[in-house]
Design a protein around this ligand. Sequence first.
Ligand SMILES: NC(=O)c1ccc[n+]([C@@H]2O[C@H](COP(=O)([O-])OP(=O)(O)OC[C@H]3O[C@@H](n4cnc5c(N)ncnc54)[C@H](OP(=O)(O)O)[C@@H]3O)[C@@H](O)[C@H]2O)c1
Length: 238
Amino acid sequence: MAERKERPHVLMMSEITVDGKLTLKRGASSKILMKYMDHATEILLHRTRADYDAIMVGSNTIRIDNSFLTVRLVEGKSPLRVIPSSMADIPPDANVLGPDAPTVVAVCGKAPQDRVRAIRERGVHLVVAGDDHVDLPLLMQTLYREFGVRKLMIEGGPTLNWHMLHHRLVDEIRLIHLPFIVGGADTPSLVGGMHIENEAEMIRLTLKNHYLCGTNLVTEYDVCYPGEGGVHAGEPGE
Ligand SMILES: NC(=O)c1ccc[n+]([C@@H]2O[C@H](COP(=O)([O-])OP(=O)(O)OC[C@H]3O[C@@H](n4cnc5c(N)ncnc54)[C@H](OP(=O)(O)O)[C@@H]3O)[C@@H](O)[C@H]2O)c1
């Protein structure tokens, strides 16, 4: 794992239904749900993007949502966009590869060269981190050292969220609670991946703030991993 201070401070931010889901059903774009966010909360999301050096989402979110990940609703600079995609499996015409903001695509050493070439031709930074899959701790270290990223936000989806938590790379969580229930046992929720075996493996959160943003409840937590005493790596501004 990377040196604790040699990585950015990481915020996980998500829009989430009352039943903990991130979208309407498996394979559906979260943009449908986001239409129901209060305008004040959309502003909060864009202000947070403007406050951060980089924003990361999983490659499946890019394939499904075709996100831009830019700052549009407030004044401010769009963050560096970071997409881990082990096999460089991102459509070459994806919005995130466009010229609106700089982008890093992280691949592994086994990524097919024709796909890597097609992505590189869009003018993005290509980072090889890991042999068989993107090594997220190594990617965090690279973003810190080579791209000067001190504050990174991740906006899902659940697979990336799980891997980041599994590697203890998330310091804070901010949730925008949407007053809906969508159901569905296989509908993506905040965190996917593997279940835990017992309560000792639970990741504990400390609620540090809650407020209404327009009509949406927003909650903010610090993350405390099993065996940690509430000490958090990568404080902002380091
Ligand atoms: N409500 C919200 O805030 C919100 C936000 C974002 C997304 N979503 C929703 O979430 C859904 C997509 O979530 P998802 O779980 O299917 O996919 P995801 O988390 O967006 O992307 C996961 C993919 O990232 C790639 N990846 C590369 N290296 C990785 C690594 N080391 N660890 C983890 N992932 C790595 C893998 O694809 P490769 O095989 O290509 O490497 C993996 O399948 C969509 O429906 C989207 O709308 C909702």
